[in-house]
Design a protein around this ligand. Structure first.
Ligand code: COS
Length: 377
C-alpha cells in the first residue's frame, strides 16, 4: 500500500465511523437509505475515484479504489455497493459514451450529486443475461422502450440508468445500451424488494411503458449493449471482491475482539486452540482474497484487464466473506445470533455478494471458458 492509498483509507475510515457506523443498525432495521451520505462521499472525492479528472473524477486506479471500498464496506456494504455501482455507470459512460454524453452525465455522478444504476437483469433472465425481453424499437428521433428490469440497486434514488434492451433478435449481438433518466415519460419504478441483507440499499424493479429515449442516449452503436454490460461487469466484479474483503475483515476484527474478552472455563475463549485455528483460517482466507482482488485491479490499471482474474477475485472473496461472517457468528455464540452484535448483519449482507454481478457459478463458467481459450492456443 502506498502513501496515497493510506491517506484515502484514513479519510474514508473517519467518514464511516462518524457518519455511517452510528446509524448502520437502525438503517438496516428500517431499510433506511441516506442519499446525503453519497453526496458527502462525493464532496470528499470518493464517488468518482477511477473517473478521469476532466469529468470531475479523481483519475485514480482500481487498486486505489479497492482500498477505499474495502474500508467503506467495514461499516456498510449497502453504501459501498451504491458507490461501486454508480462508479460502474461512470466507467461505462467514460469507455463508450460520446463527448456530449460524458459531459452531460459523468460530472454529477462523480460529485455524488446523482447516483447511477445498472439495468441488465430481468425476471426471466438473470444468469442468462442475453435472454432479456425488454425491447427498444427505433422510431423518429429515438427509441421506444418496453419491458422491465429486476433487482436494480438504488432504483428510485438514482438519476441515471444504463439500460440494456433488444434492438433486434440477434441474441447478444441484438442488445443495445441506453442512458435513461429519472423522470422520462414511460419510465417508472415497481415494487421494492424486501431483502435478507443490504437492507439500507433499496432494490427495485424498473418499468418501461412506451418510454421514449432520444437517439442521443444510445451508447456507442446498436448491438454493442451486451459487450458494454460484460466489460463493465469485469470491473464491477473486482469492486465486489474488494467490498467482500472489507466485510470479512470487519467480521474477523469483531470475532477476535469478542473472543479475547469473553471468559468461559476461567479463560478468554480466544485461548482455546479450536477457536484460534478458526480465526487463523479466517485471516488467511481474507489475505488471499485481498491479494487476488488487488492483483485483478492492478492488472486492470496496467492496461491488461484480466477477465479470469476478475471472476476469480469475485468468487474467492465473496465465498470467503460468507464463510468468515458465518464463523464470526459462531465464535460469538448465542449473542452472535442477536442484534446486540453486528455480526448477524454481516452474515446476512455476505450472502448476496455470492449472487450479484454474476453468481459464483457464473464466475466458474467465465473462468472455465478462459482456461479453454488459454489451453487451446
Ligand atoms: N468483455 C467484453 N465482451 C464480452 C465479454 C467480456 N467479458 N464477455 C462476452 N462478451 C461479448 C462478446 O463480444 C461475445 O461475442 P463474440 O462471440 O463475438 O466473442 C458476446 O458478448 C456474447 O458472449 P457469450 O457467447 O459468452 O455470451 P453468453 O450468452 O454465453 O453469456 C455469460 C456469457 C454467462 C458469461 C454472461 O451471460 C454473464 O456474465 N451472465 C451473468 C450476468 C450477470 O452478471 N448479471 C448480474 C447483473 S448485475 S447484478
Amino acid at each position: 500500500m502506498n502513501d496515497l492509498q493510506q491517506e484515502l483509507i484514513n479519510t474514508i475510515r473517519k467518514f464511516r465511523l462518524d457518519n455511517i457506523e452510528p446509524h448502520a443498525e437502525h438503517d438496516d432495521a428500517k431499510e433506511n437509505f441516506r442519499p446525503e451520505l453519497i453526496a458527502q462521499l462525493g464532496e470528499l472525492g470518493f464517488c468518482g475515484i477511477t473517473t478521469e479528472e476532466t469529468y470531475g473524477g479523481a483519475g485514480l486506479g482500481y487498486e486505489d479504489y479497492c482500498w477505499v471500498l474495502e474500508e467503506l464496506a467495514k461499516s456498510s456494504v449497502a453504501y459501498a455497493v451504491t458507490a461501486s455501482v454508480s462508479s460502474m455507470v461512470q466507467s461505462i459512460l467514460q469507455a463508450y459514451g460520446n463527448e456530449d454524453q460524458k459531459k452531460k452525465y459523468i460530472p454529477n455522478l462523480a460529485s455524488g450529486q446523482a447516483i447511477g444504476s445498472f439495468c441488465l437483469s430481468e425476471s426471466h433472465s438473470g444468469s442468462d443475461a442475453a435472454g432479456m425481453k425488454t425491447t427498444a424499437k427505433k422510431t423518429d428521433g429515438g427509441y421506444i422502450l418496453n419491458g422491465s428490469k429486476m433487482w436494480i440497486s438504488t432504483a428510485g434514488f438514482s438519476k441515471t440508468y444504463i439500460v440494456m434492451a433488444k434492438t433486434s433478435d440477434n441474441g447478444p449481438k441484438g442488445i443495445s445500451a441506453f442512458i435513461v433518466e429519472d423522470g422520462m415519460e414511460g419510465f417508472t419504478y415497481g415494487k421494492q424488494e424486501q431483502k435478507m441483507g443490504w437492507r439500507a440499499s433499496h432494490t427495485r424493479e424498473v418499468l418501461f411503458e412506451n418510454c421514449f429515449v432520444p437517439k442521443e442516449n444510445l451508447l456507442a452503436q446498436e448491438g454493442m449493449g451486451f459487450t458494454i454490460a460484460m466489460s463493465a461487469l469485469d470491473r464491477g466484479r473486482i469492486t465486489i471482491g474488494a467490498i467482500a474483503v472489507g466485510l470479512a475483515q470487519r467480521a474477523l476484527d469483531e470475532a477476535v475482539k469478542y473472543s479475547m474478552e469473553r471468559q468461559q472455563f476461567n479463560q478468554a475463549i480466544f485461548e482455546f486452540q479450536g477457536l484460534q485455528w478458526m480465526m487463523a483460517d479466517m485471516a488467511t482466507e481474507i489475505e488471499a482474497s485481498r491479494l487476488l482482488t488487488l492483483k485483478a485491479a492492478s492488472d486492470f490499471d496496467a492496461g491488461k484487464p484480466n477477465v479470469k482474474l476478475a471472476s476469480m477475485a469475485k468468487m474467492k472473496a465473496t465465498d470467503t466473506a460468507m464463510k468468515v461472517t458465518t464463523d464470526a457468528v459462531q465464535i460469538h455464540g448465542g449473542v452472535g445470533y442477536t442484534k446486540e452484535y453486528p455480526v448477524e448483519r454481516f452474515m446476512r449482507d455476505a450472502k448476496v455478494l455470492q449472487i450479484v454481478e454474476g453468481t459464483n457459478q457464473i464466475q466458474k463458467i467465465v473462468i472455465g471458458r478462459q482456461l479453454k481459450k488459454e489451453y487451446s492456443r
